[in-house]
Write a protein that binds this ligand. Sequence first.
Ligand code: 13P
Length: 333
Amino acid sequence: MENLKLIAQKMVSEGKGILAADESTPTCTKRFNALELESTSSSRQSYRSMLFTSPELEKYISGVILFDETFHQNITSSEKLIPLFLKERGILTGIKVDTGAKNLANYTTEKITEGLDQLRERLQEYYKKGADFAKWRAVITIDNQHHLPSKACIIANAHALARYAALCQENNIVPIVEPEVLMEGNHNIHTCYDVTSFTLQTVFEQLDLMNVNLEAMVLKPNMILPGLNCDTQENNSKIAEMTFEVLNKHVPKKVPGVAFLSGGQSSDLAAERLNKLNKLYHQKRPWQLTFSYGRALQQDALLNWAKKTGDDAQKALINRAKMNHLASIGKLD
Ligand code: 13P
């Protein structure tokens, strides 16, 4: 367990965050097709190779989360497998191990994340092939009109997250525990606070029940935000204040770090809000507050890559990585 604690600390070490590049093939295809890019195994390999070979990525990024396909690919035009390439750059390798969010029986407008079957065996294989950490994402939808989320959805997802986390630690892999309360909807910021509060409380109860070592995990939550279609959009100070409050209430001090997802915020807002959090709470926070962004790190890079300007794509990624590095120490101004 000591080694896992060190890896967890490294994942959230001061000034660094995580690049989430673990979009499933259907999600990646959707993003490519929106830019009229063909999505094939080799186009995904070139795009991700472009990301991972960006100069100085290791200055800002502690770890990268991969999808299974990428985990087994080489860096384009090299013999080197991607996990080994990352290791040689001093970057940790993460692997998405859930198999996606499926309809929850009897609550079919809600989702339960699956993937526990054969997870022990899959983790053992990933560990042998160089995985340092894993990710499992649960999704919670807010819909006031239909009284969502249900208690059933939150408890079932929290239970699955805890069983996943215990299995990861049993197999020498640090779990990223990701309960994502989605931004879609017209709910206000207080509803997001209440739902996130109950979700985090339930997740930590389940982690405790499953004897998960809190020093050897990383929490990946949403920030407290109003729904995308809510008429009242709060300012960044209010968002930072409510986000810190909910974390302070539920996240034990033993957890080494909180690495937020971007969840559909613009790249600028995701960085500015992380910055505000660290500016306001740098002295008070018992855990690191950093990023594990997918879209908010990759969006500009993907746009440039679509225009076939390889260098600019790498520059765009590094620009966002650097902005979030500064935000994670409250120095983005
Ligand atoms: P976004 O930052 O694009 O929300 O992706 C993070 C992630 O890993 C979702 O599971």
